[in-house]
Ligand binder design. Sequence first.
Ligand code: DGP
Length: 211
Amino acid sequence: MSAGKRGALIIFEGCDRSGKTTQSRLLVELLKSKGIPTLPMNFPERSSSIGQVINSYLTNSKDLPDEVIHLMFSANRWEHMNQVRQKLLEGTTLVVDRYSFSGVAYSAAKGLDFDWCYAPERGLIKPDAVFYLRAPSNDLTNRGQYGEERYEKVEFQGRVAEVFDRICSKEASYFHKFDATQSVEDLHALIGRITEELLPKVATQPLDTLS
Ligand code: DGP
């Protein structure tokens, strides 16, 4: 960690095709251009053996009970926690496409109990900021390639958005909700500004955990 300064854990959340991947890429580019050590990550991380099971599930080549796949997604985050902690303490900022909140939102949208869904996420490193991109689900279906994976159905995405809204109210102290229908450039400018204010603030704070 350079002069006792840690990196920030920044998460992008939202429904499928809400623009998370574009916005997280732009944020990584911005931070790197300013000389801030930054790495992109995404969950599910599909290359591990757990990640490969998740990939088979998402592409509909494997079926699993809702509870089992929920715990697999969570385990996929847990298996990367040492790496996440180490990078943050070395001073690297991590920009992560999806985290625990997708875990809760997608499983609770299927009807699993909200608190049960949250339980395996407790103890994971708490994000410094979550950028939640919110758009009406009808809008999202018009974006490219919608419908190829298991969860990409309009009605289901509507329920996912409702759970994300509930999480956003519960975790309001570090959630930032944005209208995802605004232009890519405007959204990026807003997110960039918030991040640049955030980094020096959290640099000397200890890491916290989700509770
Ligand atoms: P992505 O690679 O970001 O497109 O995510 C793939 C799909 O997996 C997407 O429909 C959202 C869903 N997803 C991501 N994380 C979780 C999770 O922790 N639990 C569940 N049930 N679904 C998730």
